[in-house]
Design a protein around this ligand. Structure first.
Ligand code: FEO
Length: 392
């Protein structure tokens, strides 16, 4: 694709990756993604903000064909989907200076072997003049690596946010046209990538609140012409109240746990609690992560295998612990054949979750009447706790 004009002398460059389906060999990308770079032509200096994934660097080099002089390359984030093209750009423009945060400098030298002489580091709040335009750098650590920063183009009120406010979505829309579609993609992105750092991100949201922002230009997904849409969404995801929702990841081997899940879900619904259940044998973990953004309670369903939880459930619990959702309660349901330490092992795998653990319900073999009664009581307990905490 050719460069696309965003404003006078401000252009989108980069690549739309329609085919990519996995990020970090972990994160599903059902809608592909994009790697957005931005080119600013000031009256005196030119800047390229970020680059692209190494697999797509040829497209960026072609987009820059008519740019004879590049003064600066800015690296807002050292991860290779944005920084991977930097060595190629510096090779084409050997006089260009690479602007980064001090922390990013070391990381880029480690990750890409970029020589130290290429760098100019900027402190928090430092600005550079491009002649008729001013680019200010705001350090926003931990969205989602320690070195991340954003750049603010003062005269156009554009915030270049890199991963912050991103969405994994391949589209020809330069600007967001369908907020509903982008909301879902951005929520998935937040859930999978940003949620573990939500307490730090909250501070970064406060930090950028003092700037007049007319446009947010992230490095994944379309540009936001209405920044309040995505800022408000992040405030809700980060700090809004949990919902009257149980997220229920589970596995069943011989249908006993599945019978418990089915009965339990029905009991929760009868008690006015919404449920989203995820069979970990087949689920898209991104959908599970999205659900965890809102869940008031997490209930894990697992059979006992080899004396503990099913390995897929161990993976699910590890993920939930790493993502640090704001859920308030957690419980465990499932079936076992002759013994094991499933509940104790699972409870020990979630130290990051600030949850009250509600008494698990574990059935020996097929669930019997007493087990169904216990599940009904668990559903009632969760409904009462949600009500007492005002979850809606
Ligand atoms: Fe889009 Fe953290 O890289």
């Amino acid at each position: 694709m050719k460069p696309r004009k965003m404003k006078d002398h401000v252009y989108w460059m980069g690549s739309v990756d329609w085919d990519r389906r996995l990020f970090d060999s972990l994160i599903p990308l059902p809608d592909g993604t994009s790697y957005n770079a931005y080119f600013i032509e000031g009256s005196e200096k030119t800047v390229l903000i970020d680059t692209v994934d190494p697999s797509m660097v040829d497209e960026l080099l072609t987009q820059l064909e008519n740019v004879s002089k590049l003064d600066y390359v800015v690296s807002l984030h050292a991860e290779q989907d944005h920084s991977g093209g930097i060595p190629h750009i510096l090779s084409r423009y050997p006089d260009a200076k690479l602007i980064s945060s001090p922390k990013a400098k070391g990381m880029l030298m480690d990750l890409l072997r970029i020589p130290e002489k290429s760098f100019v580091t900027v402190s928090d709040g430092e600005a550079i003049s491009l002649g008729d335009k001013t680019l200010k750098f705001i350090h926003t650590p931990w969205v989602h690596w320690p070195e991340t920063m954003v750049a603010y183009l003062k005269e156009n009120e554009i915030l270049f946010s890199c991963d912050f406010f991103g969405s994994h979505i391949a589209t020809t829309d330069l600007f967001v046209s369908d907020e509903g579609r982008v909301y879902e993609a951005a929520k998935r992105y937040y859930a999978e990538i940003m949620m573990p750092f939500r307490n730090v991100i909250k501070k970064n949201l406060e930090k950028i609140a003092s700037y007049e922002i007319a446009t947010i230009a992230p490095s994944h997904g379309p540009v936001y012409p209405r920044p309040s849409f995505i800022i408000d969404a992040h405030e809700d995801w980060i700090d809004g109240p949990s919902k009257n929702l149980v997220t229920l990841p589970y596995i069943s081997m011989h249908n006993s746990t599945k019978q418990m899940v089915d009965f339990f879900v029905s009991s929760l619904v009868e008690n006015g609690v919404s449920v989203e259940q995820f069979n970990l044998a087949v689920t898209d973990i991104g959908k599970l992560a999205i659900s965890l953004v809102d869940a008031g309670t997490i209930v894990i369903g697992t059979p006992t295998v080899l004396g503990g939880p099913h390995p897929n459930v161990v993976y699910g619990a590890f993920l939930a612990n790493a993502l640090r959702p704001k859920a308030k309660f957690l419980s465990i349901i499932g079936s076992y054949g002759w013994g094991g330490k499933t509940a104790e092992m699972l409870a020990g795998m979630i130290p990051n979750l600030e949850v009250e653990v509600i008494e698990p319900v574990l059935a020996k073999g097929l669930p019997a009447e007493a087990d169904f009664k216990a599940l009904e009581n668990l559903a009632k307990t969760i409904a009462t706790k949600h009500k007492d905490h005002g979850l809606k």
